[in-house]
Design a protein around this ligand. Structure first.
Ligand SMILES: Nc1ncnc2c1ncn2[C@@H]1O[C@H](COP(=O)(O)OP(=O)(O)OP(=O)(O)O)[C@@H](O)[C@H]1O
Ligand SMILES: [Mg+2]
Length: 237
């Protein structure tokens, strides 16, 4: 469905952060990308989402070549990208934040109303808190708010970069549960995570990056049985 083939990319000419990385994202599955700090996970997401033009390699979406397609075209293609950085507007209400997800069709009031109802159906807690300042929500709820805002475009794929970083495990669990629920509803998910065990637990396929290269990849079952061997160098266990 979505694939990145032989991506070479970096931020300055001389240094290739990604050195020939490839991943394939399967429809209605969770594909997890894990790897140590600085291994290029976020850089890969930026390339896939059109924020960074690769030096070489291809990004394919349903067979269409997206390489170098500007990021603003992504929503129209049904691609929702949640970057690693927090992106809620703390001084706006929950509902104002959710409505920002409708930016690309902001003049279509009827569609905004329909999408808002659908999103509130998926995230009842957001409906309950719709008048609260987003900054008053817990860290986990703010992340779920970002997901809810992203759902306004009825995406076909959700690309989530480290959604649980900095969250307490019990709060992180709510975010993982949300992502799993969206997969059950038929959404395709590309997840970057530092939490290896959770990424393998909820992932259907897992890719490990190391210093800008594909290290290993496998299905969840392969990782669960061979986890120790597959990532021992990295974890030094
Ligand atoms: N905007 C940027 N300009 C220059 N170099 C960058 C930029 N963003 C990242 N880098 C460098 O690219 C390399 C890969 O960073 P990247 O953020 O892709 O790694 P990551 O795997 O997402 O790490 P983390 O787990 O810490 O989020 C690092 O060496 C980083 O310093
Ligand atoms: Mg990152």
């Amino acid at each position: 469905m979505l694939s990145a083939h032989n991506i070479v990319a970096g931020y300055v000419d001389e240094i290739d952060i990604l050195q020939n990385v490839s991943i394939d994202v399967e429809q209605e599955r969770i594909t997890s990308v894990i790897g140590p700090n600085g291994s290029g996970k976020s850089t890969l997401m930026r390339v896939i989402c059109g924020f960074l033009k690769p030096k070489s390699g291809q990004v394919l979406w349903d067979g269409t070549d997206l390489t170098g397609c500007p990021d603003h075209g992504m929503a129209a293609l049904g691609i929702c990208y949640l970057p690693q950085e927090r992106t809620v507007f703390p001084h706006l209400t929950v509902e104002q934040n959710v409505r920002l997800g409708a930016w690309t069709f902001r003049r279509d009031k009827a569609r905004i109303g329909r999408e808002l109802e659908r999103v509130y159906g998926l995230f009842p807690l957001m409906r309950e808190r719709r008048g609260s300042k987003a900054g008053d929500l817990s860290g986990g709820m703010q992340k779920i708010l970002e997901v809810a805002r992203g759902m306004m475009i009825s995406p076909r794929i959700l690309i989530c970069d480290e959604p649980t970083v900095g969250l307490a495990p019990i709060i992180a669990r709510e975010v993982y549960d949300t992502i799993e629920r969206l997969r059950e509803d038929g959404l395709t998910i590309l997840l970057v995570d530092q939490n290896v065990r959770e990424a393998i637990r909820i992932g259907d396929r897992v890719y490990v990056l190391e210093v800008g290269q594909n290290k290993v990849s496998g299905t969840k079952a392969e990782f669960e049985t061979n986890l120790h061997d597959m990532i021992k160098d990295w974890l030094q266990i």
